[in-house]
Design a protein. Structure first.
Length: 246
């Protein structure tokens, strides 16, 4: 008896970790992105080089007709297959950071995403999922403090997550933005931690990768029959029984 119990406990010890770490494979395709709702400053939104997978926003007024500041978001190459619970790269945010006049920068802007999501043989279009990117435009001249003119690009304190779970293939999912990675060329992204902020040096174009993940919320509930449908079925049963008696 003790030997049997020991075998059962040993089997459970192996099975439980496997169950806890198991994820669902989700397909992601036909992704689009757009800038929306800029706050403050003087800005314009457009597709870089006419490419809808590279939405851009520019802002600011310069003193010498030089380069203004702005964001360019470049989507990752899709389609992709990703595992729920695991972070994946979905795009790169470029920031052109050049001196502009005070009061002409934005303070925040929304990035809006849509995508086709596939799971268990089913594909649905979902979105838009919008989240806010906050922009901290620092003074252009603040010596002697080092790097004091670097701008700060932030995600909200609470990492953005889709407000409503969406159903695909009989399962519920949510999408969450999990942070930035600033990875130098030639370096392995796995060696760098996710952060809610990236620091953008003055007088240059800087970039950070944006990561997200899908969260498994379990099986989608089966909708209960409506009262009208139940009544209709009852009437059909009553009519069929009456005909048999006749």
């Amino acid at each position: 008896m003790k030997f049997l119990v020991r075998k059962i406990l040993l089997a459970a010890a192996f099975c439980l970790p496997m169950y806890a770490s198991a994820g669902l494979m989700v397909g992601v395709s036909n992704v689009t992105a757009d800038w929306e709702n800029p706050v403050g400053g003087i800005s314009s939104i457009f597709d870089f080089a006419g490419d809808p997978t590279q939405p851009a926003i520019e802002w600011g007024v310069t003193d010498d007709d030089g380069d203004v500041s702005g964001y360019l978001f470049v989507l990752e190459d899709f389609p992709l297959e990703v595992m729920t619970g695991e972070e994946f790269l979905f795009g790169t945010l470029f920031h052109a950071n050049f001196p502009i006049q005070a009061g002409t920068a934005i303070s925040q802007v929304d990035l809006s995403l849509t995508a086709d999501i596939s799971y268990n043989g089913d594909t649905v279009s979902r979105g838009p999922f919008s989240f806010t990117i906050e922009h901290n435009e620092t003074p252009n001249f603040c010596s002697p403090q080092p790097n004091c003119s670097d701008d700060l690009v932030d995600l909200p304190t609470v990492l953005p997550i889709s407000p409503v779970a969406f159903a695909v293939g009989g399962n519920l999912f949510k999408f969450q933005v999990v942070g930035f990675k600033q990875v130098p060329d030639g370096e392995d992204p796995a060696d760098y931690a996710l952060t809610p902020e990236f620091v953008s040096s003055e007088n240059g174009v800087n970039n950070a990768q944006l990561y997200g993940k899908f969260i498994d919320f379990g099986a989608a509930p089966v909708p209960e029959p409506s009262t009208l449908a139940i009544l209709a079925l009852a009437l059909l049963g009553f009519t069929a029984g009456r005909r048999r008696r006749l």
